[in-house]
Design a protein around this ligand. Structure first.
Ligand code: NDP
Ligand code: 8X3
Length: 251
């Protein structure tokens, strides 16, 4: 795997950042994406000591920016072996009747359309080479709808469907596709969902041991390092204290 190149969206935080770190330790070349340039600079500085790193700053809602950024990659980063479709968040937590339509737009545009745009920019070169690996980060929210989850759950159900669609459409092109669906992972996710309310976000992870971003990153690394004939298609990963989207045992 040593000279493989991985393209990671949402690398500036949480699961994407932890994945970049484990990939860097294992000498994969990295194309790291996000909107926050300061964080991208820090990652390039830190992980650049371990492996080749390039950063691309774009919003996954902006399809022109995505294609421009990917077309601008220098020759040594042009061949993308692994795509990690990870960028995404929940925005808001309320019933549909009380829902904020800007939040709905954000979740559908980022979690679903953003994943599609990035995939559209990268898949044709994988098809041409008859080689590649796509990991889609879904969620338990894409397997089970929970109260107040409505549009976020719908966006993750879409990721689950698109993962299956990619498996079908890419099957004859020797491209592996896998979805990983985490339960509660302690990241900036809840701060984003609750619009910067740090106390409320902290409480989501209080009273039990939540998954850490590194737990998911290790699983991603395991999945992408299986032999070429092995495709782990779909994984649900919970903290031990969680038994479903809504059943979580807190001390
Ligand atoms: P974080 O909030 O820590 O990270 C989200 C990442 O997505 C950031 O790097 C952020 O970068 C990027 N991102 C968000 N919006 C955009 C955008 N419009 N354009 C480009 N990048 C964007 O959360 P997690 O690490 O937890 O989330 C990663 C994935 O895991 C998401 O798809 C999430 O739905 C999923 N997930 C998370 C779970 C959890 O409990 N934490 C559980 C199940 C799934 P920047 O702001 O710099 O653009
Ligand atoms: C994140 C996990 O349960 O908050 O996708 O939806 S949950």
């Amino acid at each position: 795997m040593n000279s493989k190149t991985a393209f990671i969206t949402g690398a500036t935080s949480g699961i994407g950042k932890a994945t970049a770190e484990i990939f860097a330790k294992n000498n994969m070349n990295l194309i790291l994406c996000g909107r926050r340039q300061d964080r991208l600079n820090e990652l390039k500085e830190q992980l650049g000591k371990l492996t080749k790193v390039i950063t691309l700053q774009f919003d996954v809602r902006d399809k022109e920016a995505i294609f421009k950024a990917i077309n601008s990659l220098p020759t040594e980063f042009k061949t993308i072996d692994i795509l990690i479709n990870n960028a995404g968040n929940a925005h808001g937590f309320s019933t549909l009747q009380d829902g904020n339509m800007d939040d709905w737009d954000a979740m559908i545009d980022i979690n679903v359309k953003g994943l599609l745009y990035v995939s559209k920019a990268i898949l044709p070169q994988m098809v041409e080479r008859n080689q590649g690996f796509v990991i889609n980060i879904g969620s338990i929210a894409g397997k089970e709808v929970y109260p107040n989850g409505n549009v976020y759950c719908a966006s993750k159900y879409a990721v689950n469907a698109l993962n299956k669609a990619m498996r079908l459409d890419l099957n004859k092109h020797n491209i592996r596709v896998a979805a990983i669906h985490p339960g509660a992972v302690e990241t900036e996710f809840s701060e984003v969902r609750f619009k910067g309310d740090a106390e409320r976000a902290k409480n989501v992870y209080a009273g039990y041991k939540a998954l850490q971003p590194e737990d998911i990153a290790e699983i991603i690394y395991f999945v992408v390092t299986r032999p070429a004939h092995v495709n782990i298609e779909d994984l649900i990963v919970y903290p031990t204290a969680q038994a479903s989207a809504t059943i979580l045992h807190k001390e």
